[in-house]
Design a protein around this ligand. Sequence first.
Ligand code: TEU
Length: 538
Amino acid sequence: MTPPDWWRTAVVYEVYPRSFRDADGDGAGDLEGVRAGLPYLESLGVDAIWFTPWYVSPLADGGYDVQDYRRIDPVFGTLEQAEALIAEARERGIRTIIDVVPNHVSDRHPWFVEALASPPGSEARQRFWFHPGKGPGGAEPPTHWKNNFGGDVWTRTTNADGSPGEWYLHLFAAEQPDLNWTHPDVVREHEDILRFWFDRGVAGIRIDSAAHIMKDPALPEDDGTHAPGAHPNLDRDEVHDIYRRWRAVADSYDEPRILVGEVWLPDAERFARYLAADEMHTAFNFDLMTRAWDAAELRASIDLMIAAHEPVGAPCTWVLSNHDVTRPVTRYGRVDTSFDFDTKAWGVPTDEVLGLRRARAAALLIAALPGSLYVYQGDELGLPEVEDLDRSELQDPMYFRTGGASPGRDGCRVPLPWSGDEQPFGFSPSGTKTWLTQPDGWRALSVEAQEADPDSTLNLYRACLGIRRNEPDLHTAAMSWLDRGPSVLAFRRGPVVSLTNFGAEPVELDPAWSVFLASDPLVDGLVPADTTVWARPA
Ligand code: TEU
């Protein structure tokens, strides 16, 4: 059953196009590869695909450095292929959500190329944040704000005569100059981009780094004392004016287009402001990803999110992972739980058998919660983070900007294994070297291998999403917690009960319940450790 506001309970599958499937044999995924994978996604039971950026890009940050929004990068295909893909997916009941990256563009975007070639103070530089440095000769950057990838947020330019020039701002890599959102060209251009893609049948947009776009023009230091809404570069009150304009564009279509925000904010109340009725439809719930595998932690996170969403009437989203974070199998299998979620670290021990059990249990737990659900490609195969990629292969700017202190995010972006006994496991035509090397052991994790195994993680996801789709109570019924002790999370949605055992001891079920899905088999009728079951009255 799909309710009219499909996005309120949708299952959205994140495709990282470079790593989904490679049809043309260059070692990187492409749109024809996604097209070939549509039957797979249909059988998985997803309602929409979110594509991370597919536009023309030097790929300095995996496509989050956009050079031309109106063309597809040749690595991925053509605009005609994108249009065909959007239409074919829709025929299979799968909507398309694309990524829009408003905070910055590529340093090869025509606007930035023009700005660099223009003198200080010129009109072309007003679309970005160019500024003279401080101190003698302007040798000090204008501020010392924190870069999201590590290192500085300002890079110095060189004047036409070779002398040192102004600095420009980049909250991410130096190849990603920040746009000035007080400039009317920037505002107008993005609304045109939205229409360009909405006119081509795109059902919604995922808004990258949505809370970052506005900056305090006075460029104060970030001393941690700013009032809410007045931070120099994060969650400034003016950001909402932009998203209200975008919502008006989205609502101007007969079939409304949806806005999904990437809004990373520690304060749930500030986060919920983005979900006002005239702004975004939903935003990612990242809080859940930062929590350890612990009943009290996860319950606190779920309660926090439900409480933040209820007053604004927006659905929660449930997100276990994405292309920026360590895969759940590895994260939940950490033996050292002091692991730094944000920066990652090298060589933290992990128990992948335990991690997989927990990741499967987590998948069922969040799929039973009210709201929409995100699945990052490969999580349905139980792929672990690849932590031993050869350093010479690493491409993520986070690795380079931390001077190698962090491995960066490539380990969760390794090409998917589809079939066969050896690399590239059907990702590319055989004999192709993939852009990141897949581990030898991925034969057992391939789609082909898992389809043949009734207990595989892939078949668990298929069963889970299939039940979710056909179970009206999992769309509409309110949720209420059941008290089953400190190491159990159990809740009810109508007659359906979801129970997760976080403790070491097996848990008994109410004799009146009959289990219809379990993340791992029951043992002597009991729910073993690190297992979720779905049950209903017998
Ligand atoms: O991520 C924004 C963001 O805040 C993350 O970069 C986060 O700080 C980092 O990954 C730490 O784990 C978005 C995209 O999802 C990411 O892939 C891009 O690199 C980034 O924006 C810049 O566009």
